[in-house]
Design a protein around this ligand. Sequence first.
Ligand SMILES: Cc1cc2nc3c(=O)[nH]c(=O)nc-3n(C[C@H](O)[C@H](O)[C@H](O)COP(=O)(O)O)c2cc1C
Length: 142
Amino acid sequence: MHVVVTYESRTGNTEKAAHLVAAGLHEAGVTVSTFPVDAPDYGALATADAVVVGTWCGGLFFFGQHPGGAGKIAGELPDLWDKATFAFVTYAHNPGKAADKLGEVLEAMGSVNLGVGTIHRNKLEDDAAAFVDSILREFAAT
Ligand SMILES: Cc1cc2nc3c(=O)[nH]c(=O)nc-3n(C[C@H](O)[C@H](O)[C@H](O)COP(=O)(O)O)c2cc1C
């Protein structure tokens, strides 16, 4: 199993979360490639069994939440023809439906989005571990 973890991060929280997710998957025996969306490893993307994409939650904190890096993700990553994807956002107070919206962005790029996660910026370790568990459960079920 080979999984790409790619991210768009402004202030570093999503980057840290992405590396925690990658480390958790690696501990479970998954081969992982990790890079920011603006420096894609096309070879890894082509051969990956699944792609995990993370960004930050933008919005007005209690409404209008959206995946902050969606434009950059759609602009920088190649089309994800039939790839399995998982989407996550990091957030400060309330992510709303930002992670679901990121999943929709990935599906618009051609993927089949299998799951979403939200990772609080002050609980990166715990929330990343829960997201990894949800990914591993999905792998076990398919
Ligand atoms: C312009 C802006 C809008 C934000 N809006 C929200 C929001 O609506 N809800 C929320 O929970 N966090 C919001 N945040 C907080 C970020 O999502 C959070 O700090 C995130 O972890 C930043 O990720 P990064 O360090 O990878 O850039 C916002 C941050 C910025 C800069």
